[in-house]
Design a protein around this ligand. Sequence first.
Ligand code: UN1
Length: 481
Amino acid sequence: MSDSKRFDNYIGGEWVAGATYSSNINPSDLSDVIGEYAQADVAQVNAAIDAARSAFPAWSMSGIQARSDSLDKVGSEILARREELGTLLAREEGKTLPEAIGEVTRAGNIFKFFAGECLRISGDYIPSVRPGVNVEVTREALGVVGLITPWNFPIAIPAWKIAPALAYGNCVVIKPADLVPGCAWALAEIISRAGFPAGVFNLVMGSGRVVGDVMVKNRKVDGISFTGSVGVGRQIAVDCIARQAKVQLEMGGKNPQVILDDADLKQAVELSVQSAFYSTGQRCTASSRFIVTAGIHDTFVEAMAERMRSIKVGHALKSGVDIGPVVSKAQLDQDMSYVAIAQDEGARLVTGGERVTCDTEGYFLAPTLFADSTAQMRISREEVFGPVANIVRVADYEAALAMANDTEFGLSAGIATTSLKYANHFKRHSQAGMVMINLPTAGVDYHVPFGGRKGSSYGSREQGRYAQEFYTVVKTSYIGS
Ligand code: UN1
């Protein structure tokens, strides 16, 4: 299966060889090399930024019909190739094929959505307080945007940053995650044939330390949209604010899933398994803290243990597999270190906690659940980013709500209940950007705002029409006579 095809960077409308190359390896089968992907050096990143800068004046004034047509073309091709791109995604990232095809479909739909959105850019026309004067409030493109995307959604997150950026007239330099450049490269190749002028879209692959750092610090980049870890995100914010660049960050979560006594048990177990363990728990929206009221606690722990024993872990491309491998050795080590930490802290291992052996050598980990944990334990406070979750018992709804909010994060929060009163109260009082009632905390729509509060996010929302907040700047014009 291994081939050594080389995949280059895309700069100023040309495919450009990398300074070096790095192997893209399948985490379900370490003998499967997907290809050799270019690593840009500092000069290439600067060249991509210059190309974007040169293309910006014409592109930002370009007609919206042509922009819409190109975005629509990209969306149609992604959707037409969803099986093939889904297979590539499952192969490089390790989510199962159905999940990967779902993600590709989401990416295609995002391009379609923004093909429509760029025809709906609107403003306000307001009478001035001075007679005879009128005021116009309009939106203009931000400029050159640097997009830095994570490994866990190799095509959907690039899509939800690239599509609005282009729709609102910006030029793009994107750096996909070093672990999963394949889908971003495939997307770049589709974009390269969709009719965008040279320099409007640029792909520079490589490490955050080299490529990301140049993008964040180069004064010709007007804004950075980043999804990734808290540590990197906070440093990007510092660097961007120091030079007054716009910044948008989506980072970690420690998303609570509250289960109340009156929950439908079967539904609560299904949504909990889905949001904690599917996609190998590698979603910033995954729930990893189950906060369960006393009356249902023991039944819930028992039902989760039983349901989890039926989950099949294996090669992401094999049919019947529910959960693929962890993405990398480093991530597997981190997951296993939290299994040890939770045990040292005194949490009780209900199920999982060990590696799974398959026909191929890969980073397989059994979905892992701890019970008898407390809110102060590290397993309750720190993001693991793997198929590892824990359960905390609480007396009642009020204690559950307080514990759900007792976190430095605030991305997504869920409640399972049949009570309208508690559902409504939770919706209003949860300190998260997204609240899910009788639904998994992960798995969001593509046409509505996405983002969190507190340590999870910074800057304006992504997705839906709210994306325009980041990708445009507002101009107020006064028109006299
Ligand atoms: C989802 O739950 O459908 O990195 C999307 C992440 C998020 C995306 C989650 N930015 O996991």
